[in-house]
Ligand binder design. Structure first.
Ligand code: ZN
Length: 317
């Protein structure tokens, strides 16, 4: 409401109303407007600095929820990783062991991702630590799951060939029970009967009369026959699946190279050719080109008690 202003006229001694020109009026109105807008802007700035708009409040609330959710996810991933570790452990030490497959080394299972720039795009985000560590966990887990899946596929293949495998791996004694006269030397370090020094004995020595039948201990193909230094006349059978057996000091060899043989088939006779101090069979089992204790493979024709006894004798105790 505009107030009417007066000024005192000394000449007429009376009050006269002050009349403003249009220009003055417009200027006055503009001045008021500018001041009003200015104060408004300042108040608005103060208000937005100290108080959130409803939209901002909503965003902040959402952000808080998202971070909490991320933390929960991260924790659940840790729990899943524990379950996965347990599966890996069982895979290596139980499932793969049953089928004689090598355990998958830690270095292959835990192979990380190369390059540090992988998560660079996440670095400039707020809470980047949490986001990167969670992403990383998921990546590692995906990779480990992939390795684990492949391992299970391999085991499935092994199961399919199990029957053939059971027929091929050496599983009986290489001499008939009637003809075997005991074991003169077990597997492992021993005093050599001819040379008198400590040496690794790569097989076991089974005593029998000259001419006793030597039997193939599993299905396979004859890899080599003939004279071989200290072994004398020997036969090597390749059983597949990484298994080979050797029969040494033979008197006569009854198979030829490349011939297919069945478990229990007579392949040679006992003798004392090569470095042998008496008639006996030197019998070796090689698994993936490593010597193993042959007595471990006599499980098919021994009772558990006989097996234990054989193992006891065969370990050179
Ligand atoms: Zn021997």
């Amino acid at each position: 409401m505009a107030t009417v202003k007066y000024h005192f006229n000394k000449h007429t001694l009376s009050y006269e109303q002050i009349r403003l020109s249009i220009r003055q009026r417009v200027r006055r109105i503009l001045m008021h407007l500018i001041t009003g807008v200015g104060i408004g802007v300042v108040l608005f700035l103060i208000a937005t600095y100290f108080f959130d708009s409803p939209y901002e409040r909503q965003l902040k609330k959402e952000n808080k929820l998202l971070i909490a959710q991320y933390k929960v996810l991260s924790k659940r991933m840790d729990e899943n990783q524990k379950v996965l570790n347990d599966l890996q452990e069982r895979d290596n030490h139980l499932y793969r062991a049953i089928f004689n497959a090598d355990p998958i080394p830690e270095s292959v299972r835990r192979q990380g991702y190369g390059g540090t720039n992988r998560y660079e795009s996440l670095l400039d985000m707020p809470n980047s630590d949490l986001i990167i560590s969670t992403t990383q966990k998921l990546d590692v887990m995906s990779k480990e799951l992939y390795v684990q899946t492949n391992s299970y596929d391999e085991i499935v293949e092994l199961i399919k060939t199990k029957e053939e495998r059971m027929n091929c791996i050496p599983a009986i004694r290489p001499l008939s029970v009637k003809e075997m006269k005991g074991m003169s030397s077990g597997f492992g370090m021993r005093m050599h009967p001819l040379w008198g020094d400590m040496r690794m004995h790569t097989g076991i020595d089974l005593n029998a009369n000259a001419g006793s039948a030597i039997l193939a201990t599993g299905n396979g193909a004859v890899e080599a026959v003939g004279w071989d230094g200290g072994y004398g006349y020997r036969v090597i059978i390749d059983h597949g699946f990484g298994y080979k057996t050797l029969y040494g000091h033979c008197k006569a060899i009854l198979v030829r190279q490349g011939q297919k043989v069945k478990r229990g088939q007579k392949i040679a006779t006992v003798g004392m050719t090569g470095d042998a101090s008496g008639n006996h069979l030197h019998y070796e089992v090689r698994v993936k080109n490593k010597y193993d204790n042959p007595a471990k493979y006599f499980f098919m024709d021994l009772t558990p008690e006989e097996y234990d006894e054989m193992m006891y004798i065969s370990e050179n105790r």
